[in-house]
Structures are given as C-alpha cells and as structure tokens.
Design a protein around this ligand. Structure first.
Ligand SMILES: [Zn+2]
Length: 99
C-alpha cells in the first residue's frame, strides 16, 4: 500500500457518521434528478459518502430524511437506483470489520 501520508481527504458516511479516507467510501451524486453511485469519483456536483457495506445502504434506505444529504428535495423515486443493490442476493462484503 502506498501510504504517502500527504493530504488524505477524509469524508463522513451519511448513514453512520463514520469518518474515513474517501477511497474507503462510496460516493453518490445526483445526476438528472437521480441519485447514482459515482464509482470513479469524477462526477461534478455535491457528493454524499457511504460505507461500502450493505448495512449503511440499508440504514439510508430506511431514513426518511435522507434527502437532506443533498440539501434538496428528491423523493423516493430518485433513490431507486442506489437501493437496487439491496434487492439482489446478499453479498458478504465487509464481514471482517465488525466490532
Ligand atoms: Zn457508514
């Protein structure tokens, strides 16, 4: 791992409040009124950050006030795309980091 110790931007997960280097979190942005994952972290606009595991995605799915993370009113429909990940089979992604 290249730990240069330079400027490592820290971001906060909007679901659990965990702070982590941004390369450990997933970025979401609003494109055309829809929330999408910005896998390359290149899309312009206000981003929101989320832990990669399923837990925080579920937490956000249950959060009725989640529109606040983008400071605009989006509504249920706009979030559909990011939550489709929850409908698929369960992925055992980050089991190691509990506790
Ligand atoms: Zn989180």
């Amino acid at each position: 791992m290249a730990a240069r110790g330079r400027h490592r931007p820290i971001r906060t997960c909007v679901a659990c409040g965990r702070r982590a280097p941004r390369e450990e979190l997933r970025r979401m942005v609003v494109v055309g009124g829809k929330v999408v994952f910005d896998h390359r972290r290149r899309l312009p606009g206000r981003g929101a950050w989320l832990c990669p595991g399923r837990d925080c995605l579920e937490r956000l799915a249950r959060d009725k006030g989640r529109d606040r993370v983008f400071r605009r009113r989006l509504g249920e429909e706009a979030w559909r795309e990011v939550f489709t990940a929850l409908e698929g089979p369960e992925q055992a992604e980050s089991e190691a980091e509990k506790g």
